[in-house]
Design a protein around this ligand. Structure first.
Ligand SMILES: [Zn+2]
Length: 545
């Protein structure tokens, strides 16, 4: 469990404790404040450790604090800005501003504050941004129960993973990605006319996805949730159980709900996000008959377009039951090559950077695709975000960080405007990354540093040879070794160890002095997987003692 997860857990426990104390405890007003990153850096470390943020912007943090803590900050002489002193009953949204027209549109319907370049905070009582802002405006719900640690987000790490050789299993799986099946799924989803989360079309689309997963022989569940008062919708969750560590899971997901300027009647949402949904289904089709070491969950979220409600519900449940999610790959808009054709953006946070680097290496290795890995503190515009908020590693695959599809959230976001050759590349890269993430790292490395020492043992009537071997200890997951011998260089070898031996030394006695012996050693991991043999040594090469 990493620090962030521990933090989320301790907050959860605190919450339960407070709930147990009952209504006798007076509820303090929660104040939304913004603190400059430089002020946070200069802050006394004990004070900083007590605080968590609800969003990490490029140059500042947003915090939801009880009044008493706000007074403490004032007492400490810190500079900060109060964005809203009365947050009870308010729904807050971060909004992307593409220009002054967007800013003006916000003013007309609620309260708003410009936060930094291109980003504003918007709130208007408990009214849903989805219902009062223009359809084409991008926003993400800001959940005030988020608890991000106030850590300085450093410079993005340099890519650490050099691509390795082709993995034959991944190569054969990636070759099965089908453009025609992706096209068919997008066409089927468009056929529901609208998948706006509150419409019967969305209910039907959820039923269709359920059936498609079930046809693959996967266990499928609806994950129903209530949002925005008394509205309800369902995530669709299919499970491919892991064969070795079923408790560890990898999630591949995309939202299937859609919106437009006429959402109740027509919202084809082909790029946003039938494309990502089709990718989830296609990856499920390919993996259904190839169980991996870890469990893979294929999830189609709903009510993303209303502010990530389906994924928030799911991630909250997962964190509350301490589910071990090793990585989340979310795809949202992957079929319209815009400003940077034939390139995708991968949205990461600092905690997910390694997953992003793996994605980049896999995209290049298995799809010949270039991706741009971008790191943000908060980027609440798709379903990976609620997982970030709970300390899970997650990334978002998108055609562009700031999509330029002119049909975005309109009735003309249709299949005919898409390029499925482009989408296929993202599906291949995602599939490769799911497989890589859901497997225990291949076989252990072959033992290195094998050396033979030879000794001639003389007794009155007999002369024999003793060969002593030793080698370097393997990585942490290596639990034992096998030793093999041959009288011919290159084998065939005879196994000398009936069960794996723990040490890194082996003595072979009573050997014929007239023969030369050749040895190799292999390493075994906790699952009993055996490495390739070490470099061969012979007793002739060794030192005589
Ligand atoms: Zn979307």
């Amino acid at each position: 469990m990493n620090r962030k997860r521990l933090l989320a857990l301790s907050l959860l426990l605190t919450g339960l404790l407070m709930a147990a104390l009952g209504p006798a405890a007076p509820t303090e007003e929660i104040v939304l404040v913004r603190i400059d990153a430089s002020v946070v850096e200069a802050m006394d470390s004990s004070l900083r450790a007590d605080l968590t943020a609800v969003a990490a912007l490029r140059s500042s943090w947003l915090l939801a604090l009880p009044e008493s803590t706000v007074q403490r900050l004032t007492g400490a002489g810190l500079r900060f800005e109060i964005l809203d002193a009365r947050t009870a009953g308010q729904a807050y949204f971060l909004v992307r501003l593409r220009g002054e027209a967007d800013w003006a549109a916000l003013q007309g319907v609620g309260r708003s504050v410009r936060l930094e370049q291109g980003t504003a905070l918007f709130w208007s009582g408990d009214r849903e941004a989805r219902e009062i802002l223009p359809a084409g405006m991008r926003f993400g719900r800001l959940f005030l129960d988020t608890a991000l640690p106030l850590e300085r987000t450093g410079e993005p790490a340099q890519p650490s993973k050099a691509p390795v050789g082709d993995d034959p299993q991944i190569v054969s799986l990636v070759a099965q990605v089908s453009k025609s099946r992706l096209t068919q799924t997008i066409s089927d989803l468009e056929g529901f006319l609208t998948r706006y989360a509150t419409t019967p079309g969305c209910v039907s689309a959820g039923g269709y996805l359920y059936d498609e997963f079930a046809k693959l022989g996967l266990a499928v569940d609806f994950d129903p949730f209530v949002f925005s008062g008394n509205r309800s919708s369902r995530n669709v969750v299919a499970t491919l159980p892991g064969t070795v560590f079923p408790d560890r899971q990898v999630i591949v997901c995309g939202h299937y709900d859609s919106t437009s300027d006429r959402p109740m009647s027509l919202a084809p949402g082909a790029d946003d996000n039938a494309s990502g949904t089709a990718a989830v289904l296609e990856i499920a089709r390919i993996l259904a008959s190839t169980p991996l070491d870890f469990t893979v969950k294929f999830i189609c979220f709903s009510a993303e377009e209303w502010g990530l409600y389906g994924s928030k519900h799911y991630a909250e449940q997962a964190a509350a039951s301490q589910q071990d999610i090793v990585g989340v790959i979310n795809m949202d808009m992957i079929a319209y090559p815009d400003r940077h054709p034939w390139r995708f953006d991968i949205i990461c946070n600092e905690n997910s950077r390694e997953l992003g680097d793996h994605y980049r290496a896999n995209a290049s290795q298995y799809a010949g695709l270039t991706v741009n890995v971008l790191t943000f503190g908060s980027w609440p515009y798709s379903d990976h975000s609620p997982f970030w908020d709970r300390g899970y590693e997650a990334l978002c695959v998108i055609e562009n960080e700031d999509p330029e599809n002119p049909n975005y959230h309109t009735t003309s976001d249709t299949l005919s405007t898409l390029n499925l050759d482009y989408a296929v590349l993202a599906v291949k890269a995602s599939l490769a990354t799911v497989v890589e993430t859901a497997r225990i790292a291949g076989t252990p490395a072959a033992p290195a540093g094998l050396i033979a020492r030879t000794q001639i043992v003389r007794s009155l009537y007999l002369k024999t040879k003793t060969v002593n071997l030793h080698w370097n200890a393997g990585a942490d997951d290596v639990v034992g070794y096998h030793v093999y011998r041959s009288t011919k260089s290159g084998g065939p070898y005879e196994l000398l160890t009936t069960s794996p031996m723990e040490g890194t030394e082996f003595t072979d006695r009573g050997l014929d002095v007239s023969k030369t012996y050749y040895y190799v050693v292999t390493a075994l991991d906790v699952q009993g997987r055996e490495s390739r043999p070490s470099v061969e040594v012979s007793d002739k090469d060794g030192t005589w003692i």
